[in-house]
Ligand binder design. Structure first.
Ligand SMILES: Cc1cc2nc3c(=O)[nH]c(=O)nc-3n(C[C@H](O)[C@H](O)[C@H](O)COP(=O)(O)O)c2cc1C
Length: 186
């Protein structure tokens, strides 16, 4: 059985810089499977470097930021691989690519963990965090979805934001709504 965790994956660019991208990682036993759609910088970096950090992060601004042009989050050097992890991750794993399952649309990188670390305690869920993640996914798939469906989902997600958001979720939601409005108005 496998399941998916919404994470922030950091890969090393050709110039050594950190590339930060939200990615749903498939957990398959002890392995993680990363499946970036073509074309993507994460995909190019994984093919070249064959390693990545998987960051577990409750600051949902990093998810919304990546979809709205704000990727400059602080990173620190990894412990084992040549790369970076998010500074504000609650925990992270450093993984190396074992095998690549080739695919014209969405290759799969099956990875093994070479290092795990916890940095901060988990502080609990709120509905606004999941609303921001869901709205970020909607934004990344806008070209595939009918506008009425997007609007209906945003109307529902707004309820969780209104009821539970803290400052980080409100800021992230604001960035997303600005972007949705921009796209709506052409
Ligand atoms: C929660 C979340 C999960 C995502 N999961 C994936 C994924 O599994 N594969 C993918 O290609 N894009 C995924 N995306 C979209 C990518 O983050 C986005 O396209 C990103 O820009 C990757 O491209 P890049 O490596 O060129 O930056 C996800 C977005 C969000 C918000």
């Amino acid at each position: 059985m496998s399941f998916i965790l919404e994470t922030i994956v950091t890969t090393r660019g050709p110039d050594g810089s950190a590339h930060v991208a939200p990615l749903g990682v498939h957990v398959r036993g002890d392995s993680f499977v990363l499946a970036p759609f073509r074309p993507s910088r994460t995909l190019d970096n994984l093919l070249r470097e064959r390693s990545a950090s998987i960051n577990f992060c409750d600051d949902v601004r990093v998810f919304a930021g990546a979809l709205t042009g704000r990727r400059d989050w602080p990173t620190v050097a990894c412990s084992v691989i040549s790369g970076h992890r998010l500074q504000n991750a609650l925990a992270h794993k450093e993984v190396v690519v074992d095998t690549v399952e080739e695919d014209g649309l969405r290759p799969r990188f099956v990875c093994t963990t070479v290092h795990s670390a916890t940095h901060q305690p988990f502080q609990g869920f709120n509905r606004a965090q999941s609303a921001v993640i869901e709205a970020s996914i909607l934004l990344s798939r806008l070209h595939l979805l009918p506008p009425e469906k997007v609007q209906a989902e945003l109307t529902y997600l707004q309820i969780g934001v209104d009821k539970t958001a803290g400052p980080r979720e409100l800021e992230a939601w604001g960035w997303l709504m600005e972007k949705f409005n921009e796209k709506r108005n052409g």
